[in-house]
Design a protein around this ligand. Structure first.
Ligand code: MN
Length: 255
């Protein structure tokens, strides 16, 4: 079993190290992660410039690879033959913040796992639901252990073609995690605000600012599971077709 581990926070992120260490007992782990933080970069395919891949070391002294490409490039390159050995499973994370509801479209963590699904491999994205305003270091050990258990299951059962799982772990000790809920995407409530400022030359510039996003903790959703202290596992598919709309659209006048 050859497991590719990547993330969107960069090669030196502590969540990546925790994930790689947790998965090593399961097989051969290759770490290939971006050389900088790509959080909220969405799904990227770098086509307009060359990609460099360089050797790197994780904080525990283990060998890794890093690239100036995006998280999804970190999956595409091995799938296209970068490594000597074929990859069997892609695990992305551990992101320090949850990826819930519509976050999955922004998330570099999740889109790396989507790239695996496009390439016909099982993909797992792992995110930690740290409280807004959390400062300083995090304990990734519980989420790493959950990631290991999910990886074992996915290796045993496989995933349907062009699907992935997004795992969100409550930020609490392992013994306080109540279990696992299989969930659907809930509703993220973004609280973005446009911040306008003026540069030293008198020209306007803009920040997307505002408060940390909220969410609606409905039963059966990713938000609901986390609010109750459960791990949320949301199966995602790349077919985003709104099937219920198709007949309605066919009924419009198109000529
Ligand atoms: Mn991130």
């Amino acid at each position: 079993m050859h497991i590719l581990v990547t993330n969107d926070d960069g090669i030196h992120a502590p969540g990546l190290l925790a994930l790689a260490q947790a998965l090593r007992p399961l097989g051969n782990v290759t770490v290939l992660a971006p050389d900088r933080n790509w959080s909220a970069s969405g799904h990227v395919k770098t086509l307009d410039r060359p990609l460099r891949v360089r050797p790197a070391k994780l904080a525990d002294g283990s060998d890794a690879l890093t690239t100036d490409g995006a998280p999804s490039d970190c999956v595409a390159l091995p799938l296209l033959g970068l490594l000597d050995r074929k990859v069997d499973l892609v695990v992305s994370g551990i992101n320090p913040w949850a990826n819930l509801g519509h976050d999955v479209t922004y998330s570099g963590t999740v889109t790396a796992a989507m790239e695996a699904a496009i390439g016909g491999l099982p993909g797992i994205a792992v995110s930690l639901n740290t409280a807004p305003g959390h400062q300083g270091e995090r304990d990734y050990a519980p989420a790493a252990e959950i990631a290991r258990r999910v990886a074992v299951k996915v290796m045993e059962k496989g995933l349907p073609r062009h699907t992935l799982v997004s795992v969100n772990v409550p930020y609490r000790p392992l013994e306080d995690i109540k279990g696992v809920h299989i969930t659907r995407q809930g509703l993220r409530v973004y609280r973005d605000e446009l911040v306008r400022r003026t540069d030293p030359h008198g020209n306007p510039y803009y920040w997307i600012g505002g408060e940390f996003p909220d969410g609606v903790p409905d039963d059966g959703t990713d938000f609901g599971a986390l609010a109750e202290g459960y791990v949320s596992i949301t199966p995602l598919q790349l077919d985003m077709t709104a099937y219920a709309m198709m007949d309605e659209l066919r009924g419009w006048e198109w000529e």
